[in-house]
Design a protein around this ligand. Structure first.
Ligand code: NAP
Length: 274
C-alpha cells in the first residue's frame, strides 16, 4: 500500500482502539481492489469527541467507524442520521459527503448477514438476548422484524425495559434466564467473555442441543465452548464484525467489497500463527 497526496483516509474513532482488527480488514480490501484509500485508528477521549468530529470535516476524512464509548454520543455532532440508526439510537459508521456528516448503523445488519451465511432462519423463532446495551439494541431492532419473539434480559432490569419499549411489540423483557429453555436462538450481547477468565452468562444446564447459540464477541468464549459441548450450533461475533465492515466499506467507497479478502484478513489478524 502506497500513501500518496491523493490517498483518501478512513478510520476508527473510539477509546481504546489499539486492539481493533478493522485496519487489517479494510486496508487489505483497499489493497485488493487497488483503491487509493487507507484506514487508521484514532484514540479519542470522551471529552474530545466533538473536536474529533469537527476534525473529520476539517481534515476531509472520507468516513469513520465509531466504537465504544462514542456510538450514542456521536449522534448529536453529526449533520444527518439515517432512519435505522436513529431508531437504534447508535451510530457505528459516518460518511463524509462533501462536508455533510451522515451517521449509519451497520452492526445490526452485520449480525443478520452473519446469521444468513450460517443459514439460520428466523421465521417462527424465539430469540433470547442477554445484555441490553447498544449492540443488543442494534441486533434486536433487526431480529424483531423477522422473529416471532425477542426476549431481552439484562442484570439491570430498567435497561432491558428501556430497550424493549423503544422497539416493536414482539420485543419483551425477561426478568430471569429461565425462558432460555424455550428459545431457539440465544445471543450473548454482554461483554462477559472478553476476558479469558470471564464466566459464561448462561448456566450450561439451560442449553439444549437444538438451540443456536451466538456470541457477539469474536472469539470462542466460555459460553460458546459450553454450548458446543452440549451439541448446539454456535456462531461467534467474527461474522458480525466482518459484515458490519463490509457495509461500512460500501458506504464510503460505493464499491462492492471483497468479502473473502476481508474475512481472511480478520482471521489472520486474530490468529497470526495459523
Ligand atoms: P454495553 O453497552 O456495555 O452493554 C452490555 C450490557 O450487558 C450492559 O447493559 C450490561 O450491564 C449488561 N450485562 C453485563 N453482564 C451481564 C450479565 N451477566 N447478564 C445480563 N446482562 C449483563 O456493551 P455493547 O456495546 O452493547 O457490546 C456488547 C458486546 O457486544 C461486547 O462484548 C462487544 O464487544 C460486542 N460487540 C461486538 C460487535 C461485533 O462486530 N462482533 C459489535 C458491537 C459489539 P451493566 O452496564 O450494568 O454492566
Amino acid at each position: 500500500m502506497t500513501i500518496t497526496g491523493k490517498t483518501k483516509v478512513t478510520g476508527l474513532i473510539g477509546y481504546p482502539v489499539e486492539h481493533s482488527l478493522s485496519p487489517a480488514m479494510h486496508n487489505s480490501a483497499f489493497l485488493a481492489l487497488g483503491l487509493d484509500y487507507c484506514y487508521v485508528t484514532f484514540p479519542v477521549e470522551p471529552s474530545r469527541l466533538e473536536d474529533a468530529v469537527r476534525g473529520i470535516r476539517a481534515l476531509g476524512l472520507k468516513g469513520v467507524n465509531v466504537t465504544i464509548p462514542h456510538k450514542e454520543a456521536v449522534i448529536k455532532f453529526l449533520d444527518r442520521i439515517d432512519s435505522e440508526a436513529k431508531e437504534i439510537g447508535a451510530v457505528n459508521t459516518v460518511v463524509n459527503k462533501e462536508g455533510l456528516l451522515i451517521g449509519y448503523n451497520t452492526d445490526g445488519r452485520g449480525f443478520m448477514a452473519s446469521l444468513n451465511e450460517n443459514c439460520i432462519s428466523l421465521k417462527n423463532r424465539k430469540v433470547f438476548i442477554i445484555g441490553a446495551g447498544g449492540a443488543a439494541r442494534a441486533v434486536a431492532y433487526y431480529l424483531s422484524m423477522e422473529a416471532e419473539e425477542v426476549l431481552i434480559h439484562d442484570i439491570d432490569l430498567r435497561k432491558a425495559k428501556a430497550l424493549s419499549e423503544g422497539l416493536r411489540g414482539n420485543v419483551r423483557v425477561s426478568e430471569g434466564l429461565n425462558m432460555i429453555k424455550d428459545a431457539d436462538i440465544i445471543i450473548n450481547a454482554t461483554p462477559l467473555g472478553l476476558k479469558p477468565d470471564d464466566p459464561s452468562p448462561v448456566p450450561p444446564e439451560l442449553l439444549k442441543k437444538e438451540q443456536v447459540v451466538c456470541d457477539l464477541i469474536y472469539k470462542k468464549t466460555r459460553f460458546l465452548q459450553e454450548a458446543e459441548l452440549k451439541g448446539c450450533l454456535t456462531i461467534d461475533g467474527l461474522g458480525m464484525l466482518l459484515w458490519q465492515g463490509v457495509f461500512a466499506f460500501e458506504l464510503w467507497t460505493g464499491v462492492k467489497p471483497p468479502v473473502e479478502v476481508m474475512r481472511k484478513a480478520l482471521l489472520d489478524a486474530l490468529n497470526p500463527d495459523r
